[in-house]
Design a protein around this ligand. Sequence first.
Ligand SMILES: Cc1ncc(COP(=O)(O)O)c(C=O)c1O
Length: 427
Amino acid sequence: MQTLSTHMRKELPSLANTVNGYPVAFLDGPGGYQVPQTVIDAVEDYLINANANVEAAFKTSRKTDQMLKDARCTFADFFNCLSNEVVFGANMTTLNFALAQALMREMTVGDKVLITEIDHEGNRAPWEQLRDRGIIVEEVAVDTETCTLDMDDFERKLSPVTKVVAVNYASNAVGTITDVKKIVEMAHSVGAFSIVDAVHYAAHRPINVREIGTDFLFCSAYKFFGPHIGVMYAKKEVLSKLSPMRVRPQKSYPPDMIETGTLHHEGIAGAAAAVDFVADIGAKFGKESKKSAESNDDTRRNLIVASLLAFYEYEEGLTQYLIRELSNIDGIKIYGPPAGHPRTSTVSFTYNGFTPYEVADYLGKRGLFVWHGDFFATRLVERLGLRDQGGLIRVGIAPYNTREELTRLIDSLNDKAALRTFVSTKG
Ligand SMILES: Cc1ncc(COP(=O)(O)O)c(C=O)c1O
């Protein structure tokens, strides 16, 4: 019988790549997933058969209009929202700058925005720039022992002048999952807008915007099998009252009102195919997970939920294996939430005596692709006291990764002599 990962591995052509004779183990998932053939085909098909700008009176343009309509429906199932609450953009960061610009118009000097120390810069910088307009920007502290947000600090800093709370669902640096439902509730209790960055979370658990109640939420399709585009959920009744920057002919209602310029059509076609790929996995491997999904029907929404729950189950076993094995290596220190705290399959650590870059370079030559540095979670890495030491080494486990790949990683990390020789010969 085929397992989830063996099925996946057949579908993703890039997994056949090699480096120095080693098969590549793509353990760089939090930086972006590999893509299935169906996504590549969807991009190609769009460019061959539908390549046009929107709303013209000929076939390819009409196909483009339909593709965009369908893609919004696909992402509505991904988020559990309406299709006109789905906004496409270049990437999460660019969309968030546009949103910050729009929300700035709802604020006056002395109003407050709350960001956090655990967030990626993509959910900090757009809000930090509002300081130039007299807005007070405060950070919710991270507890550096547990790599979790300090909720008491959040409660202390939340006040009637807070107009925006921007927080991530899961940390792309250390994997911590945050209780955003609670944060959204608290933000709304003082009348603030809520912004959830689900860019890292989206690959690892189902998103239900209705359940968490947020006003805005972001993901990026390239983090879950798609091309490089960003997608935003924007609550219709909230977005429709805003005045984002736009050009005169642009529509003045959601979702188009915040989508400036021509969209990345082929990327959107690929992104929708990525969600369908996820749903297809749910149909094939989500039987057990479907029991805990929202309903037992084979709707695309339900299959997406079942699939993501199946990913979670698969990744969780490998994550525990990786954490256990890394903990046994002398000199390795793991940074992340304590056992039992909700987390993703992203595991970060330092290795005494070696910089993160040296370790990643050594592993990369052996076909083990891991990230090093701060991954734009610059503030968190700074608060962990690791900025001057080159940050962290980050291993991300995707559903297409295997236990064998992790064993190769552990063996290479255990081979300190080889690592030392590699570093000394490079110097
Ligand atoms: C948690 C998180 N937020 C935001 C971003 C920025 O996303 P984008 O590259 O789509 O701007 C990333 C990218 O790594 C991320 O991991």
